[in-house]
Structure formats: C-alpha cells, structure tokens
Write a protein that binds this ligand. Structure first.
Ligand code: 9UX
Length: 72
C-alpha cells in the first residue's frame, strides 16, 4: 500500500536546497518517491505507511535544514 503526502517546505532558495530535501526524504525507510518543488515550496512524498510515518518525514526535512509546514 502506498500513501501520498503533500508537505510545505520553507527555507529553500536554490536547486541544491531542493536536492538536499529530495535526497533526504528518499533515504527514509519506506519512502518510495519524493518530489520537491521550489516554486511552490512543497514536497510530495509517496510512502509505505507500514514502514514510515508523516512525522518521520517532517523530522527528516528538519534534519536536512528546512522547515516543514503541514497545511492541507
Ligand atoms: Mo545554496 Mo540552497 O547554499 O541553501 S543549497 S542556497
């Protein structure tokens, strides 16, 4: 089973920032795909809810240096 989550990400200013967040998210166990958009300051993550949690994804974004924002 796969779930998708849209997360706001604040603090990104360049393409390298985007890569940091994407690569960080993809390293989380259970993440199947991660796509980060600089223009909309958000990340879209597909993950296995049996293997990870939204909380772990938010913590990873903080760990790589950015600010996650849960909106929707
Ligand atoms: Mo370049 Mo993005 O230092 O932080 S990676 S602006």
């Amino acid at each position: 089973m796969t779930k998708e989550l849209q997360i706001g990400v604040q603090g990104m200013t360049c393409a390298a920032c985007v890569n940091r967040v994407e690569r960080g998210l993809k390293k989380v166990e259970g993440v199947e795909a991660a796509s980060v958009n600089l223009a909309t300051e958000s990340a879209r993550v597909a993950y296995d809810p049996a293997a990870t949690t939204p909380q772990a994804l938010l913590e990873k974004i903080e760990e790589v240096g950015y600010t996650p924002v849960v909106a929707e």
